[in-house]
Structure formats: structure tokens, C-alpha cells
Write a protein that binds this ligand. Sequence first.
Ligand code: SF4
Length: 369
Amino acid sequence: MDDFKVTPWDVEGVVDYNKLIEQFGTSPLTDELIEKTAELTKSELPIFFRRRFFFSHRDYDKVLADYENGKGFFLYTGRGPSGPMHIGHIIPFFATKWLQEKFGVNLYIQITDDEKFLFKEKLSFEDTKRWAYENILDIIAVGFDPDKTFIFQNSEFTKIYEMAIPIAKKINFSMARAVFGFTDQSKIGMIFYPAIQAAPTFFEKKRCLIPAAIDQDPYWRLQRDFAESLGYYKTAAIHSKFVPGLTSMGGKMSASKPETAVYLTDDPEEAGKKIWKFALTGGRATAKEQREKGGQPEKCVVFKWFEIFFEPDDEKLMERYRACKSGELLCGQCKRELIERVQKFLKEHQKKRKEAEKKVEKFKYTGEL
Ligand code: SF4
């Protein structure tokens, strides 16, 4: 019995990502595929790929082959607007931006306000629509190409219903129940929802690539069961690991536990205090002991955040690892350095977020390219 659990709604325990590949039946993102990505894009790979934050895939090899032989592909990702976005939510969007830029492909971003309303008992429809707008600002602030990026909110983009109907005819209740665990108490809107979520994978007659955290994989497993019978490709995906919350190396940053997350709209001063107070380190009980024995970066959230996003320079990351292990670097200093990076990022992001208010219309997808 594994001591972790990953579903689209919940992550428990310390995830063993190799075991998860077996459990989910995905494939590891190999050195060969990573090197092929660098070769085709003629670019230096970003840290998300170099450090295997993206670690697993379905049919990414076919996506690269389609690109190479001129068929092309498109990108699709999304966001469920049930509250403010945090750092863990936004990092996969930066990886998506890199893919869009380097491959020069269209990107569709689905804002699933209907889903969040249906699945979250206490969330009103008005609230989820308000969060949709707020989250769209954060997404635009990442810097996507407005000519190739199409953002749509399910409740407004009603054409999606028409596209979901043929899909809904392909999924029977037992298929959906097997993937999502629906029960007699599940609302009928929830049961229909997977058809809506799958529709964007058919927006173009090319292969669709979804960059997303691995917990979202079940949605696409279902799509892969029926896509070809409707004349489309099985969707491809690349899966990221989770960004750990501040307080634990296991699981992921959770919006329902505010002390674990740094939100994109947090006041930088407050965010700094939160990291200082809550971030788990791999430090020893006393400074003396740490100087003697060294720290444990493999157990440290501060180090993980540097590794995932806040230290792009590989040599500097290795130097931090070494200095920690040797006891030269103490956790107070290390945390202060992380806080500076996070605050700088938040200030820049919030400036771009403000500018995004004027760009929302430009990114809106109407169904026409
Ligand atoms: Fe973590 Fe830094 Fe402390 Fe090492 S010195 S355990 S990397 S916070």
C-alpha cells in the first residue's frame, strides 16, 4: 500500500513520483526527449525541464515528431477559479509560456468557473466568476503572446456546450465514475463536466499538448479513450511535480491552508513574514550543530523553492547545496535570500498584473482565430 494518494482534488502524503508514473500508466520524460526539445527549439532549456520539475508525459514524443514533420500541435491548459492564485499555481504557466514561445504555437486557456461552482459546495456562482477575472489577470501577467493565446471562461464561452455534446455521448456513467469516483450523491452537473473539460482538446485538428500538474491526468485519460472515435488525436500531456507548501515537503501548496502558500497578490512584506515564520527547513536544532553536521537540503522546502523556481543558475544552486551540507550556510541567511527573491518576483508580477487589466479583452477567445 502506497503512503501517498493523488487525485484531481487531493494530494496526501509524500509523493513518490516514480511510483506515480507506474500507478497512472504514464511514461517518464527521458533525457532523450528533453534533448530533442532543446534541439528542435534551438534553445537552452528552462529549469523546469533541466531539473525535471516536468517529469512524466503521454505522447510527448509524438508531439515532437508532429512538430518536426510540419504537422504542428497546439497547447491547452486551464485554471479552476475558486480563489486567489499562489506561486504553486503559476509556475506551470511559466513553463507553458516557454513552450509557446519556442514552438510558436497557439495556446488555449480554459477558466473553469462552472466546474468550481459545481464541485465546491460553498462557492457561489458570482464568487467563482469574480475569481475568474482575478485569476485571468495573474495568467496574463505571465507574459503570453496575445496573438496566439486565447483565454475563455466556460460560463461565457457558450459555444463549448455545442462541442461537448458529441463528447458527452461517448462517455458513459461507469467510465466517468471509474475515473472520478462519482457517487449517488454527485450532482448531475459534475457528471456532465468531464465532457466540457475535454472539448478544448478538439479546438484544432492537430495534436493537443497539455502541460499540467500530474494530479490533472485523470481528466485526459478519459479523453484518450474516445478521441480517435470522433476523428481527433488522443491528447498528449507533460506532467509537473507539485510545488510543496511552506510547511511540508509532502503534498502541494494548498489554497485551503493559507500558511502553506504565498499568493500572487500577497503584500511582499507579509509574504516575507510568512516565509520567515512557516517555511520548513532541513536545519539542525542549533546553529552549533548545523555548523558541525551541516543542513539537510533534501528535506528543506526553502531549498526546493530555489530549485523549482527561484534559482535559475545551476552552479549557484549546487553551491547552495554544498554550503548547506558543509554547515557554512545557516538557515536564517538562506531564508532571507529566498524571501528577497520571492519579494522581487511578487513586486514585478503585481506590476504586470495591474497592466493586465487593460489587456483582458485582447486575450478573450470568441471561437474565431
Ligand atoms: Fe535549507 Fe538553506 Fe537551511 Fe540548508 S541552509 S537546510 S538549504 S534553509
